[in-house]
Design a binder for this molecule. Structure first.
Ligand code: G3H
Ligand code: 13P
Ligand code: ZN
Length: 327
């Protein structure tokens, strides 16, 4: 007998049905990180306008920044905003890179419909045990759980991994069956942040390890895979930021072509944070530089928000393929 489902009263859904449809439709659900009002407004508006299911996700750091209670009602507001726009898009509120059972439990109790428990830096058996414990609690409340095998380079909240370790395909079957997770994040060459690859000027970044992905798919056919570190680090934003006083020399991301290829495979969830940050920062910098007398946050944050709407619409339509998928 299922226990109380905390998120339902907020109008949210878990990711089960979304992933089933994404798997059979050959696209991915976009998971956009947010920390503030303007980012969330942009995500909702763009996803409602493109008729795209969406995962709105929050890291531990974002939850501390925004306040846990505020976030709960922001998520409810996101659903209401979409409905008032006449849109029935499913919205899931997801904890990104949860690092403890207690954090996952607290998020579930405050209305998250999906959580990630990231034990990827732990020894294998400890990752299994921690993930299993979260799954038992989460499933009792009809919340879906994402686990992770393999380590991405870069910063994952407070955990900094200098070197990545690719997922070992021979571990995935055992991990999925022992833990009962609903989706699995894997490491195939992406990393978090704006500096994903070190490349000389004019050189192409290395390809993702699609061989590992297809080996994983063979071992757990039809199982939803998650791709972290999936920002393209849009060059136009990097240029704009650098033009208006920033310094992001050498910032490189994953090509849209590779992301489209991933989205058409068993990858059902694609995580995007850095591109949204870059879009906002670029437009805020540009606005402030061109309007030195303005000091109304609605003006410069509004410029950032509009760019984020355009970016998310583009990603939904042309990269993850989640637009017009409500039928
Ligand atoms: O994977 C990390 C996400 O981009 C969240 O980053 O911990 O700085 O909020 P954050
Ligand atoms: P990016 O830094 O590439 O946007 O990755 C975000 C992410 O994986 C959040 O979990
Ligand atoms: Zn991540």
């Amino acid at each position: 007998m299922a226990e109380e489902t905390f998120y339902r009263e907020l109008g949210l859904v878990n990711t089960r049905d979304m992933f089933e449809k994404a798997m059979s439709g050959g696209y991915a659900i976009p998971a956009y990180n947010f920390n503030n009002l303007e980012q969330l407004q942009a995500i909702v508006q763009a996803c409602a306008e493109t008729a795209s299911p969406v995962i709105i996700q929050v890291s531990k750091g974002a939850r501390n920044y925004a306040n846990a209670t505020m976030l709960r009602y922001m998520a409810m507001g996101a659903v209401r905003m979409a409905r008032e726009m006449g849109s029935e898009i499913p919205i899931s509120l997801h904890l990104d890179h949860g690092d403890s059972f207690e954090l996952c439990q607290s998020c579930i109790e405050s209305g998250f419909s999906s959580v990630m428990i990231d034990g990827s830096h732990l020894p294998y058996d400890e990752n299994v045990a921690l993930t299993r414990r979260v799954v038992e609690y989460a499933h009792a409340h009809d919340v879906t759980v994402e686990g992770e095998l393999g380590v991405l380079a870069g910063i994952e909240d407070e955990v900094v991994a200098e070197h990545s370790t690719y997922t070992k395909p021979e571990e995935v079957e055992d991990f999925v069956s022992k833990t009962g997770v609903d989706s699995l994040a894997i490491s195939i060459g992406t990393s978090h942040g704006a500096y994903k690859f070190k490349v000389a000027p004019g050189e192409e970044p290395p390809a993702l390890r699609f061989d590992i992905l297809s080996e994983v798919e063979k071992r757990i056919p039809g199982f939803p895979i998650v791709l972290h570190g999936a920002s393209s680090v849009v060059p136009a934003y990097v240029e704009l930021i650098n033009r208006y006083g920033g310094n992001l020399e050498g910032a490189v991301g994953v090509s849209e072509e590779q992301l489209r290829r991933a989205a058409s495979s068993a990858v059902c969830k694609i995580n995007i944070d850095s591109d949204g940050r870059l879009a906002m920062t670029a437009k805020v910098r540009e606005y402030l530089a061109n309007n030195p007398k303005d000091f109304d946050p609605r003006k410069y944050l509004g410029a950032g928000r509009q760019e984020l709407i355009d970016l998310i619409s583009h990603k939904n339509r042309n990269v993850v393929g989640s637009a017009d998928r409500l039928a």
